[in-house]
Design a protein around this ligand. Structure first.
Ligand SMILES: [Fe+2]
Length: 331
C-alpha cells in the first residue's frame, strides 16, 4: 500500500461516487474504538477460508438480489472488482472494492481450502476484517450468538421504545461513507438548511444512503419484532450552533434509526452531542460514538438535542421505516 499504488488505483475511481477500496482504506476515518477492538479480536494464526457468503464480481456485475434494484447502486462506482460479503443473519451486503493487490490475493483463494500461508499478514488482516476470509464454521457460530442477543433486544425495545444498536454498517464502509459525504459537502452537492434548521446540510433519499437504508432493514425488523420496509432516509450534517428542538416524527418514521456517522473534532469515544428522548421513565440521554445506531419509535418518542457547541460539526443519517403493511406515501 505504498504511495505509488495509492495514486494509481484511486485515480481510476470517480471521487464523487461511493467506493470502499480495501487496498487503500482511509484508515484515519475508521472509528478508533472499533479499530482497537478489532486488532485484539482476530486470531490470524488460525486457518482462514474464503467466506461462502462472499461473491467477488467483476466490473458492472451485481449480486443477484440487487439485479432488480439497480437504482440502489446509482451512486456506486461499479467499474472495479467488488467483493460483496453477505451477513448470514440479516442478508445485508457489505461491499469492498478490490485493487490490483487484493484481486491477486483473492484470486489465489479456493472454496473450502485454507488461505495460503504465503498470504502477507497485512492482506490477511484486511481480508479477515472485511469478512472475505473467515474461520471454519464462522457462520454457524455467528448465527447462534446473534439469535440469543436479538430475542433480548426485541423485549427491551418493546418495553422502552428505543434501543442502542451497533454494527449496522461495517466500519470500513463507515469510513468510506465519511469520506464520501465530506467530499459531497465540500463540492456543494448537499444543500445547506431545511425547515428544521438553517445550520445543517441535508439530503433526502440520497442515493448511497438509500443503499444502506435497504441493507439494514432486516436488522431493524428483527429489533422491531415485525416486518418493516424502508420509507425514506435523511442525511443531516450539522454546523455549530445547530439545535434540534423537541419533536416527534411523521408517520413515515414509525421505526427510526439515527446513525452517528461523523463528528469533528474526532472523538475518542462518544461525541459531546447526545440525543435526548422523552420516555415513560423520564428524559433519557443517549451518547453515541461514531458508527453507533439508535433505533427508536420516531412517531411516539419525543426527541431533541441541545445546541451544538462552538467548533463542532456532527453528521447523522436517519434511516426511517414503517410496518410492511403501511400503505401511505413512503417519502
Ligand atoms: Fe426526528
Amino acid at each position: 500500500m505504498g504511495a505509488a499504488s495509492r495514486q494509481t488505483y484511486t485515480a481510476r475511481l470517480p471521487p464523487g461516487q461511493f467506493h470502499c477500496l480495501l487496498d487503500e482504506l482511509p484508515l484515519h476515518l475508521i472509528p478508533r474504538r472499533v479499530f482497537d477492538l478489532q486488532h485484539r479480536r482476530h486470531d490470524l494464526s488460525q486457518p482462514l477460508f474464503l467466506n461462502p457468503q462472499c461473491r467477488v464480481l467483476s466490473a458492472g456485475q451485481v449480486p443477484a438480489e440487487l439485479e432488480s434494484h439497480r437504482e440502489l447502486l446509482e451512486g456506486f462506482s461499479l467499474q472495479g472488482t467488488v467483493a460483496w460479503v453477505r451477513d448470514p443473519a440479516t442478508g445485508s451486503l457489505h461491499p469492498f472494492w478490490l485493487g490490483s493487490r487484493m484481486q491477486a490475493a483473492v484470486a489465489c483463494l479456493r472454496p473450502g481450502k485454507p488461505a495460503p500461508a504465503s498470504l502477507p499478514h497485512e492482506l490477511r488482516y484486511l481480508l479477515a476484517e472485511a469478512g472475505i476470509l473467515t474461520p471454519a464454521e464462522h457462520g454457524e457460530r455467528y448465527l447462534a450468538e446473534r439469535s440469543e442477543i436479538v430475542s433480548t433486544r426485541v423485549r427491551v425495545f418493546r418495553e422502552k421504545g428505543y434501543l442502542p444498536l451497533g454494527n449496522l454498517i461495517h466500519p470500513f464502509n463507515l469510513a468510506a461513507l465519511r469520506r464520501y459525504y465530506r467530499y459531497a459537502i465540500r463540492r456543494g452537492a448537499i444543500r445547506l438548511g431545511d425547515e428544521q434548521s438553517s445550520r445543517r446540510y441535508v439530503a433526502h433519499n440520497e442515493k448511497v444512503a438509500r443503499f444502506f437504508h435497504h441493507q439494514i432493514a432486516n436488522a431493524v425488523s428483527a429489533i422491531a419484532g415485525e416486518a418493516v420496509k424502508p420509507s425514506y432516509v435523511y442525511l443531516a450534517s450539522y454546523l455549530s450552533g445547530a439545535e434540534l428542538k423537541k419533536h416527534t416524527d411523521r408517520q413515515q418514521c414509525e421505526f427510526s434509526v439515527t446513525l452517528c456517522l461523523d463528528f469533528s473534532p474526532e472523538p475518542e469515544l462518544a461525541t459531546s452531542w447526545p440525543i435526548r428522548l422523552d420516555t415513560s421513565e423520564g428524559t433519557v440521554t443517549v451518547y453515541q460514538a461514531l458508527g453507533d445506531g439508535l433505533v427508536y419509535r420516531g412517531t411516539r418518542v419525543p426527541h431533541f438535542r441541545d445546541v451544538l457547541g462552538a467548533g463542532n460539526t456532527s453528521t447523522s443519517i436517519f434511516f426511517h421505516y414503517v410496518s410492511s403493511d403501511f400503505s401511505g406515501p413512503l417519502d
